[in-house]
Design a protein around this ligand. Sequence first.
Ligand SMILES: [Zn+2]
Length: 331
Amino acid sequence: MNLMRHNTERIVAIISIIFIFCGRVWAQEDLVQYLMRIEGEEDTASSQITIYDKTILDTIDTGNKFIKILIFDDHTWDYLDLGKPDITDLIAEESWETGVIHSYNDVKLSDIPEEVTIVLIDSVSGYSAPYIAKVYSGFRVRNGREHKGVDLPLNIGDPVKSAFDGVVRVAKSSRYTGGYGNMLVIRHTNGLETFYAHLSKILVKEGETVKAGETVALGGNSGRSTGPHLHFETRYLGKAFDPVRLFDFETGELRDSVFALKKHYLNIYSHYGQSEKQSIASSQKLVYTIKSGDTLSSIAAKYGTTVDKICKLNNMSKNSVLRVGTKITVR
Ligand SMILES: [Zn+2]
């Protein structure tokens, strides 16, 4: 067999030149996404990709997950460098801590600017919806608890992908995460963190570098979960915002390569689909956590409102039992 050998840099340069000549700036990205996607898929025959006018028959692992060997239909082969993300800056951050779910504890909402521009992807980084499905439970208050992410129904064992390039900060089993079950937290090179919960199996380790689209876990039903699903959160400096602002989970598309994150997005009542005005109004809601001994009239008096108004806002009756720890909107 006539094997063609090239060094890695030359291959990347050649691939880049071919793609530039073809006018496909994103082509290398497509190829990387493709290779990440076929990982874990058994039947790849249906999805073919061609470079140098050759069809890739197979890809072979090299022991380094960022370098693959491509086998072509003319019995030649080449290395493909998928590009290891540079995470040096991430793990040098003061707030970098592996194994602890909630980082950035010292960041207050008042420290966060009204608007932050986040470059989600650039010419060398990609994206992937963690799982493609219709969201069945969104970012909102649910039964008096803040549900800080989206729930995506899946089958146990389905591949769950890293949303962007980054490094695994938390990879923990149910025993250590409470309701999240087996979970991952990935800190991304774009400045965001993503949470993946209720997993059946975790395929990466804390401190491991991952690429967008890499299968990092298998979906499951661990933790506080009433059926197999992925609970997925997007966070900025530890504060959650509606993940639907980034992804259309039904198609898997990223809504934009640059995301203007408004401070009011970090409020549980602000979600994708609202107008700017609605979102701001929602985020100015005042939420009160019921404490022992509270009554609706004592709360109403404290916040200068009435029992009737509180009942209407929370869709409850005057005789509702106030459970300690439940959150109600008072304004
Ligand atoms: Zn959830």
